[in-house]
Design a protein around this ligand. Structure first.
Ligand SMILES: Cc1cc2nc3c(=O)[nH]c(=O)nc-3n(C[C@H](O)[C@H](O)[C@H](O)COP(=O)(O)OP(=O)(O)OC[C@H]3O[C@@H](n4cnc5c(N)ncnc54)[C@H](O)[C@@H]3O)c2cc1C
Length: 503
């Protein structure tokens, strides 16, 4: 088949590579100048920054993708396990290093709340259970009929995974100290969710980090993008950059190809849309009422991002991953993000300082910091002055880091770039400027999430964060796998066994 893939995000690259390996002729049409989408890189004045993802989780899922493309992950990625995974700073000046060294963790937890280490072990055991059930029964498979999802055998599993309990409520049942409640629930923000809305199933995140590990591919999070794109190109995939698609052309119940921004047309037997799914329904397909239904769904938060190249040496106060929590205004800060769609009065934020693990990220006498401040997504009912909010967020971050001991931070910034919700919308076509795509509340996961094949156009498929199973690099790799499995099963083409090789 002649297949067009719209978008060279990690989902588009992986889907294209798998389809090429199965013998198809695949062309990827990407709006931007390079592959990666949200997982891009900035290289300026000797500083390097991963623009989006910085946490490499679930290496086995990456390994499965490399294997499916006929390669070994170890030949392409040099993974370092980070321990402590990160340092969580609390409002009162105390901190917690989340480490897989249990004696060290016990001493720290007991100092914050006596008895909390035992609670932590129970919490981890639950997270492990949630992780296993999710991967085996829900995340790692396609649901092509409601029966498969609402199968009576699955219902007790949803209860066991605490799918109807809120994550924040669940964390509070383990830990009394608000600092620990925050330290074991803020990870929802990696998926752009509020712990007050996310299902308690997501205690699997804490297990993933501490049990399975947080890794760093030397060279940064762009290494998986670069290497997977190279491998896909080696399998025959043609990548065409700065080729934005304007329309997907339809004929009856099938798509016939695309029209590019310059007006030229390309025909295809099948199209895989990796661009954000709500955007594809709203902007690339004929109006049929679906776009406005998608518009009413819940979306993840957005983020203000600062990329700072510092002169004057490394900031020794920072580890590779650092989280600054507004634990004394925790609930209020999530309400500001998810109800008012703005910047919290006292925001929590995350700082990535990768030059500690890989000196090539900054000149020897400098440092490279990426700061992520969670904020609301774009909402016409709550218009925001993003320039003013960016300035306020910057001031708050500088103040807190200077308070930690990072002296003269503002004066040391030699290179700066910022990104926020309007840029997520304009540059990456992410609906509502939402950084992580559609939300993952109970009504938007599994069979209830927009499906990876269009309900009307039988040769239009989706791979990416806003379709099944969801957001995050490894989960999007699973999306590509599941979508390609479905294409190969439905489009009556013999499936080469190598496409599903495991690592
Ligand atoms: C700030 C931030 C931090 C994150 N941190 C982590 C993390 O630490 N760990 C983790 O695992 N995940 C993280 N994520 C999530 C992860 O980055 C995403 O889930 C993943 O990259 C999404 O990949 P994708 O292929 O679905 O989409 P995208 O990366 O959005 O790719 C879609 C591509 O489609 C292109 N496109 C759009 N419209 C068109 C068009 N009309 N024509 C042609 N091309 C088009 C876009 O340019 C883009 O390249 C983070 C995300 C963000 C934003």
């Amino acid at each position: 088949m002649n297949i067009l893939v719209i978008g060279a995000g990690i989902g588009g690259i992986a889907a294209a590579g798998r389809l090429a390996r199965a013998g198809h002729t695949v062309t990827v049409l990407e709006k931007g100048a390079r592959p990666g989408g949200r997982a891009a890189v900035i290289e300026q004045e000797g500083f390097r920054f991963d623009t989006g993802p910085t946490l490499f989780l679930m290496p086995q899922v990456f390994a499965e993708t490399y294997a499916a493309l006929g390669e070994k992950m170890e030949d392409h990625l040099d993974l370092v396990r980070l321990d402590p995974t990160y340092r969580a700073h609390f409002s009162d000046g105390t901190h917690l290093d989340l480490t897989s060294s249990l004696p060290e963790l016990r001493a720290q937890l007991e100092a914050l709340e006596p008895g909390s280490f035992e609670a932590f072990l129970r919490f981890m055991a639950e997270g492990y259970r949630h992780y296993q059930i999710s991967l085996d029964k829900f995340v790692g498979r396609n649901f092509t009929s409601a029966w498969q999802y609402f199968d009576p055998q699955n219902l007790p599993l949803l209860i066991r995974m605490k799918a109807l309990v809120k994550h924040a409520t669940n964390t509070a049942s383990y830990f009394k100290d608000p600092r620990l409640q925050a330290a074991f629930s803020f990870q929802n923000m990696y998926l752009g969710l509020s712990p007050y809305d996310a299902p308690a199933t997501f205690s699997l995140l804490q297990y993933t980090e501490l049990g399975e590990g947080v890794f760093f591919p030397r060279g940064g999070l762009y290494r998986p993008i670069e290497t997977l794109a190279e491998i896909a190109a080696g399998l025959g995939v043609r990548f065409r950059y700065q080729m934005p698609v304007r329309r997907i052309n339809v004929e009856g119940s099938r798509v016939s190809g695309v029209t590019l921004e310059d007006g030229s047309r390309m025909s295809a037997d099948l199209v895989v849309a990796n661009a954000d799914l709500p955007y594809v329904y709203a902007r690339l397909l004929p109006e049929d009422g679906s776009a406005s239904k998608l518009e009413r769904k819940k979306y993840t938060s957005s983020a203000l991002l600062f990329y700072w190249g510092l002169k004057g040496g490394k900031a020794p106060e920072l580890l590779h991953h650092n989280v600054f929590l507004a634990d004394d205004e925790y609930r209020a800060s999530f309400d500001r993000i998810f109800d008012d769609h703005t910047l919290p009065d006292r925001p929590s934020f995350y700082v990535n300082a990768p030059a500690r693990s890989d000196p090539s990220f900054a000149p020897s006498d400098g440092d490279s910091l990426m700061v992520l401040v969670p904020v609301g997504h774009l909402d016409p009912r709550h218009p925001q002055d993003w320039t003013a909010l960016t300035a306020r967020a910057r001031e708050g971050v500088v103040k807190r880091l200077e308070g930690l001991g990072v002296k003269d931070l503002a004066k040391r910034i030699a290179f700066e770039e910022t990104m926020g919700p309007p840029e997520f919308l304009e540059r990456l076509n992410l609906a509502k400027g939402s950084a992580f795509g559609l939300s993952h509340n109970f009504l938007q996961v599994g069979y209830l999430r927009p499906h990876n094949r269009h309900p009307r156009y039988s040769n239009l498929y989706f791979a990416g964060a806003s379709t099944h199973p969801g957001t995050g690099l490894p989960i999007v790799l699973l999306s590509a796998k599941l979508t390609v499995e479905r294409i190969l099963a439905e489009q009556t083409v013999p499936i080469p066994r190598t496409v599903f090789a495991t690592a």
